[in-house]
Design a protein around this ligand. Structure first.
Ligand code: HAX
Length: 434
């Protein structure tokens, strides 16, 4: 057993015992009532899942194992000479519930570099798709093609004890995390760079190597990738991608199958695809207004037009958050530090000032403030990554850290198959004599 796995294995029995004792004492207590509206309206605010790795507060935003993003930026290990947190550290923190040191992070970088070999048939499966296939479609095909490597699937077919499930899930999760940057970079280079592929550099960290394989080898872009991969990783358990992975995994579908399900959820425009929609909407606005420096009045007019056309303003609003997303602020600070004069950053800043007031005035948008997706595209565009259809794939690579850490815990804690109850309008009306 490798050292990381061995370290994780020591966490399982105490966590199981803690939950068992808690359930024995408080298992029958109520967490509150479920209203009819909640059942019809996306289960909003209904506590129905356990996610140990992170927790979202509507006012404050995300905390990973109790740490806010600014705290992570201060405390997580950095690449030598760098100032952004390393995603390896984030993964260690959320999986182990322990702040990592430099050795922990180096061990993870090395483990993922060792595991990063992608079989040729994965590239062939992607190559079978037309270049017009959306990068998220190519990504999901790549993930499913990787599934030939499933350790869990093979072990289950052989016949293993329930107590061993986590071990094979751990192997699949670690292999998948290690291989995703290669698959994602392959899709990028194939689709936009004439299949001029770049070999990995195993001496680099996970995110730095990803930047390198994408073809962006300057240190600032690597730093952006480290930050990006850290802050997009996990957003508690109920968002579409996290919940989809947990749900599908609960049927003992393996990490590849579960993660592919989550990525199909991330590919929806109300979720992760919003990061491409934001930049598309912004560029369309600039084109329609015929200027790269629109005034706040011009932006306001365009926002009103978007709403009048029955569309959402991408990058704004959230199902849980009721304040500006700290992930947005972390990206804004990166822009202020590295590219304060970037014209597109100025447009994004003006949108940030204009949109909340307009959305608030509609009287129906519960959160008028920007979410994580309102800023990421501008940062990528600044470094020349202009192919915005690809942006959700970057989000997906990062999201693997959170959802797969959770999947390992799901199997370690022997979480059962998920099967909530459903009802019908007729039954509800009968229940309330309506
Ligand atoms: N622009 C226009 N209208 C919006 C809006 C926005 N940005 N956000 C919410 N609304 C509308 C909703 O469409 C809804 O309208 P109807 O009553 O006519 O159906 C109404 O306001 C109430 O919605 P809500 O309760 O405030 O929001 P929800 O919890 O239902 O939805 C969404 C949350 C994020 C899906 C929503 O705010 C939205 O569509 N935002 C734009 C898309 C986006 O940025 N998505 C990314 C979210 C973050 C994320 O997951 N990233 O991956």
């Amino acid at each position: 057993m490798d050292r990381i796995k061995e370290h994780f294995s020591t966490k399982i029995a105490p966590a199981q015992a803690e939950i068992k004792a808690f359930l024995a004492k408080h298992g029958e207590e109520s967490l509150g009532e479920i209203t009819v509206a909640q059942v019809y309206q996306g289960m909003r605010g209904m506590t129905a899942l356990i996610c140990e790795t992170s927790k979202l507060d509507s006012q404050e935003g995300i905390r990973f194992r109790g740490y806010s993003i600014p705290e992570l930026q201060a405390k997580l290990p950095k690449y030598p000479g760098g100032s952004e947190p390393l995603p390896e550290g984030l993964f260690h923190l959320i999986l182990m519930n322990e702040m990592p040191d430099d050795d922990d992070v180096r061990r993870l970088s090395n483990s993922w570099a060792r595991r990063a070999i992608v079989p040729q048939h994965v590239f062939k499966a992607i190559d079978a798709l037309p270049l017009t296939a959306h990068p998220m479609t190519q990504f999901v095909v790549g993930i499913m093609a990787l599934r030939t490597e499933t350790e869990f699937g093979k072990a289950y077919a052989r016949g293993i004890s329930k107590s061993e499930y986590w071990e094979y899930t751990y192997e699949d999760a670690m292999n998948l995390i290690a291989r995703l940057p290669r698959v994602a970079a392959y899709i990028y280079r194939r689709t936009y760079k004439n299949s001029d592929h770049i070999e990995p550099d195993p001496k680099l960290d996970w995110a730095g190597n990803f930047a390198h394989m994408l073809g962006y080898d300057n240190e600032e872009f690597r730093e952006l990738m480290r930050l990006y991969m850290t802050i997009h990783s996990d957003h508690e358990g109920g968002n579409v991608s996290a919940h989809a992975v947990h749900l599908v995994g609960s049927a003992l579908s393996d990490a590849y199958q579960s993660f592919a399900a989550g990525m199909n959820g991330l590919a929806g425009p109300l979720h992760g695809l919003a990061n491409q929609e934001v930049i598309k909407w912004t560029l369309e606005m600039l084109e329609e207004l015929g200027t790269q420096e629109p005034s706040k009045d011009q932006i306001a007019q365009y926002v009103h037009q978007t709403l009048a056309n029955g569309k959402v303003v991408p990058g704004f609003g959230h199902a849980v958050l009721r304040k500006t997303d700290p992930r947005y602020m972390a990206q804004r600070e990166f822009a202020q530090k590295h590219m304060p004069e970037d014209p597109l950053f100025k447009v994004v800043s003006n949108i940030f000032e204009v949109v909340p007031g307009i959305l608030e005035a509609t009287g129906k948008v519960k959160n008028p403030y920007p979410n994580v997706d309102a800023h990421s595209g501008q940062l990528l565009m600044h470094y020349g990554m202009v192919e915005y259809d690809f942006f959700t794939v970057l989000f997906g690579v990062s999201r693997s850290l959170g959802v797969l850490a959770n999947l390992i815990w799901d199997r370690a804690l022997a979480m059962p198959i998920e099967r909530p109850d459903s009802t019908t309008t007729l039954l509800l009306k009968q229940k309330f004599n309506a």
